[in-house]
Design a protein around this ligand. Structure first.
Ligand SMILES: [Zn+2]
Length: 94
């Protein structure tokens, strides 16, 4: 039996690999250890490039991103979901 969180993680990983593939990024192996097991999580990061005032909408200070972790060596790659134009928490509509 597949746990729900594992299935969600797999869906997220598939979504991001598709988006990266469309931009000529082929995520097949870890660049450090050559293994091919990854997990993905959403991770909002502080947006230091935009000059939003700290008072006001907290969300605007953060950039939604996907954190891809190699399950073997722990290398973490972070991608901006705004640039990739995807929402990992949104259910697939196809
Ligand atoms: Zn690795």
């Amino acid at each position: 039996m597949t746990s729900k969180s594992t299935e969600q993680s797999r869906k997220k990983l598939s979504k991001i690999t598709k988006a990266l593939f469309n931009r000529n990024v082929h995520m097949q192996q870890c660049p450090m250890c050559d293994e091919s097991e990854f997990s993905v999580n959403t991770a909002p990061i502080y947006n230091l490039s935009k000059s939003e005032t700290p008072i006001g909408n907290e969300y605007k200070k953060c950039v939604p991103s996907a954190l891809i972790t190699c399950e073997n060596c722990g290398l973490m790659l972070q991608y901006s979901l705004e640039v990739l134009e995807i929402d990992l928490d949104e259910e697939e509509s196809q």
